[in-house]
Design a protein around this ligand. Structure first.
Ligand SMILES: Cc1cc2nc3c(=O)[nH]c(=O)nc-3n(C[C@H](O)[C@H](O)[C@H](O)COP(=O)(O)OP(=O)(O)OC[C@H]3O[C@@H](n4cnc5c(N)ncnc54)[C@H](O)[C@@H]3O)c2cc1C
Ligand code: SF4
Length: 555
């Protein structure tokens, strides 16, 4: 399997930037910095897959975790508990992320909502929320808008401008919305009946050819899979090829970074990693950029502790790993009389964001949005989880139920806020280790009560959609505390105050002048469910600033 596709820097080279992680943020940064003329090495611990290597194989991808997260994870609700191992492919607990070139942008669902102005200054608008550390961002929606537009056009987003409550946008979408599916038709009809304002879902999936890439072929193996057509706008399909074509960016796959190195003056000099053969190497660079995601970036900082930073690198504030946020989610399946055939195509074609803003009349903090999709699009998951709670899930009756209903099901999903809570953390597990002997990730997480109330609120709205759409049966699962996560946010939050944040408004760590962090960990608030559009917009913005710093000799 090829390890790199373009320039190869000799081991002795001091490059301008070494970027750790090639996912949603890392891929954008690689493109921005190499196009700006800098020598860039990207170290990615996962393999690099060619489009034809993406398999339509539910067992290998969702149960054997072929492209998934390999770092062992332990999980607990609060610091007094002993965390126990939690693996996503063993009971859907733990962390769901990808470990491949392109990161989780390769296998994600591609719902691509921009954050709205309220997400950036909600602390000022609402005041403090007891039990949470809600804070304003040091940047506004207007600061980020040009970079959202770059994501739309450069990465590739389909949609229709003018959706309900849409904030200012400087350009329309580059390609129109994806064709509406049955779930979208039912959702739209029901939502309008209820007086709500559904609109075409913005998706990071091309509905038409754009930037030399082809359109979606509606294969249906989308959420959890890579797109062999290049229609899903992963950084592997959209950004990394451009970076490599500059002749200045080398993407080294199967390279696991274990430490950021500092010199005696406290400057980052490079990173130590295990190469594809498991041999330890040092990549030197003028500046180090971490883009490993909201779980792996704090892990790497905590593993990089040294005499200057005994609590973990860039952690003088003590904030590294804190304020972990996931986004809440209510899933309400429904069964319909006629076939919907939702197993085909992309997951989502219509959404409604009528509950985006927090509303004091509800009596709790939070906001969210709804979509409709076949959550259980594939046969093994459908067989294991297709029934209602308490339904006998074996025998000929169950088989007949599955056979009849596979084509007749859709779920309405509510996506919601997570409050930043200081005791929700990523730390290093004291006993469990990975294949290199490095500490496992320990998640400590209990949803804020308002997050659970907001999820229940959205569950009720989802049920209303099903009823208005004429569902024959609606299934209510109890809303409980989170035991798994695919959105990993907030653990190295951005802020002006070095005492309460890890990076500044330009993604420079407050503690180390030439160490930058940009990925899900930079987020100050969680948005209402779909963070990756914002992660990529931040990466475009960070890329521009890092390039300017480098040109001015400020790294
Ligand atoms: C199934 C699924 C569906 C999703 N659907 C949506 C959606 O519809 N909308 C949405 O907005 N978001 C969605 N997400 C979330 C989205 O994928 C993430 O928010 C986004 O990819 C995070 O970007 P990132 O740059 O922070 O990290 P990632 O994209 O996870 O990239 C981090 C990269 O760093 C690498 N890495 C980590 N540590 C090291 C190390 N020490 N050395 C070398 N490399 C390292 C990892 O292997 C990975 O490739 C989904 C996630 C999953 C799992
Ligand atoms: S449904 Fe479309 S975007 Fe998704 S993997 Fe298939 S072809 Fe690609």
């Amino acid at each position: 399997m090829p390890q790199s596709y373009s320039v190869k820097y000799p081991p002795s080279a001091v490059v301008d930037f070494v970027i750790v992680g090639s996912g949603a943020a890392g891929g954008v940064l690689a493109k921005e910095l190499s196009v700006a003329g800098f020598a860039v090495v990207v170290l990615e611990k996962g393999p690099r897959l060619r489009p034809e290597q993406f398999a339509h194989d539910e067992y290998r991808y969702l149960f054997q975790n072929e492209i998934g997260f390999k770092t062992p994870v332990t999980w607990r609700e609060h610091a007094k508990q002993v965390a126990t191992p939690a693996s996503f492919n063993d009971g859907m607990r733990g962390i769901w992320a990808a470990q491949v070139v392109g990161g989780s942008s390769v296998h994600f669902t591609a719902n691509f909502w921009r954050f709205r102005p309220v997400d950036f200054d909600e602390r000022s608008r609402l005041g403090a929320i007891p039990g949470a550390s809600l804070a304003d961002w040091p940047i506004s929606y207007d600061d980020l808008e040009p970079y959202y537009t770059k994501v739309d056009w450069e990465v590739g987003v389909s949609g229709a401008a003018g959706g309900w409550g849409e904030p200012r946008r400087s350009r329309p979408y580059p390609v129109p919305p994806l064709p509406v599916k049955s779930a979208g038709v039912l959702f739209e009809r029901a939502a309008k009946k209820l007086g709500w304002h559904p609109f075409p879902a913005p998706m990071a999936i091309l509905s038409r050819p754009h930037n030399g890439r082809g359109a979606c072929q509606s294969c249906g193996f989308c959420m959890g899979y890579g797109c062999e057509f290049g229609a899903k706008s992963s950084t592997l399909a959209s950004m990394i090829p451009i970076a490599e074509r500059t002749g200045r960016c080398e993407v080294r796959a199967n390279c696991h970074v274990r430490k950021v190195e500092l010199d005696a003056k406290g400057r980052a000099t490079g990173v130590i990693y295990f190469d594809a053969q498991g041999k330890e190497q040092l990549q030197r660079a003028r500046a180090v950029v971490l883009a490993c995601n909201g779980a792996e970036t704090p892990r790497l900082l905590l593993m990089s502790k040294n005499k200057h930073f005994p609590q973990g690198l860039a952690n003088s504030s003590g904030m590294v790993g804190k304020h972990l946020m996931f986004n809440g989610g209510a899933i309400v399946p429904g069964l319909y009389e006629h076939p919907l055939n939702e197993y085909k195509g992309v997951q989502v074609t219509r959404i409604a964001l009528d509950w985006y803003d927090s509303d004091a009349k509800r009596g709790f903090y939070g906001g969210g949005g709804l979509d409709a999709r076949a959550d259980l699009t594939l046969p093994i998951f459908w067989g294991l989880a297709g029934g209602a709670p308490g339904q006998r899930n074996w025998g000929s009756d169950y088989k007949a139920f599955l056979a009849h209903n596979f084509t007749r099901q859709m779920s309405v999903m509510g996506h919601t806020t997570s409050l930043p809570v200081e005791s929700n953390t990523i730390t290093l597990d004291p006993t469990l280790t990975d294949a290199h002997g490095l500490p496992a990730i320990r998640v400590t997480y209990r949803d804020h009560e308002d997050d659970l109330k907001m999820t229940r609120f959205m569950q009720e709205r989802a049920r209303e959609i099903h009823v208005a759409a004429g569902a024959k049966q609606v299934v209510d699962f109890p809303v409980g505390v989170s035991t798994s996560a695919a959105h990993l946010l907030g653990t190295c939050r951005m802020g002006n105050d070095p005492k309460s944040s890890v990076v500044d408004r330009f993604h420079r760590t407050h503690d180390v002048r030439n160490l930058f962090i940009c990925d899900g960990s930079s987020l100050v608030t969680s948005g209402r469910g779909q963070p990756t559009m914002t992660i990529m917009a931040l990466a475009f913005r960070a890329g521009e600033h890092l390039a300017a710093f480098a040109r001015r000799g400020e790294i």
